[in-house]
Write a protein of this length. Structure first.
Length: 202
């Protein structure tokens, strides 16, 4: 098991924000980022092991009074800026990580069979720097599966991969849509995908 504690304080952090028409750079006077990262491996039995990686994150703008407002703040409340002092940042979940069950064994007189079942998870987070509640990703978990076969002479391998096994729908990014108030465009992450992968080694 390994663990890392970190604390970083930024002064005059440059933050890129999309205002609906273009990206503008703002200055977050003071920002503190602290947390812990833990990774571990447990050998369960012959051919089996369990690995885990977990990160806990605390991101806080300690002084950021000139942040770009949300569309609602701008159009309904007439705000030219908003204060994000004491708030988190975009893409900063409180926790994230993965847990994986791994199997590897020799089969068929020297071939290597391997399998990996992984659970990836994250807490909720904002998708825009203005922390618009409309651009928000809920906490989720995703499962990936990989089964592989490596030949006895290490000359080729064949793998079956199933990503996002439960077909979870999630977003990786969001932006305001120019001209259309309150409209957002979202970048949707890949749905369930099944891949057959072959490799040859020279």
């Amino acid at each position: 098991m390994n663990a890392t504690l970190f604390y970083t304080k930024y002064e005059n952090l440059q933050v890129s924000e999309f205002n609906g028409n273009a990206f503008v750079v703002k200055n977050a006077a003071e920002t503190a980022v602290k947390g812990v990262e833990v990774d571990a491996r447990w050998v369960i039995a012959d051919n089996w092991d369990l690995t885990a990686n977990i990160a806990l994150l605390d991101f806080e703008y300690q002084a950021y009074d000139g942040a770009a407002p949300t569309v609602r703040q701008s159009e309904l409340l007439g705000q030219a800026t908003q204060s994000l002092t004491g708030k988190t940042g975009a893409f900063a979940p409180d926790y994230s990580g993965n847990i994986a069950l791994n199997y590897e064994a020799n089969v068929f007189s020297g071939y290597t069979l391997s399998a990996n079942l992984a659970l990836n998870f994250t807490d909720e987070f904002f998708l825009e720097q203005d922390l618009d509640p409309l651009a928000h990703q809920n906490a989720y978990e995703k499962i990936n599966l990989r089964i592989g076969l490596l030949d006895a002479d290490d000359k080729w391998s064949l793998s079956l991969l199933v990503n996002n096994l439960t077909d979870k729908s999630t977003f990786s990014q969001a932006n305001d849509v120019p001209v259309l108030s309150y409209a957002h465009r979202f970048l949707v992450e890949r749905p369930r995908s099944v891949l057959l992968q072959a490799a040859f080694f020279f």
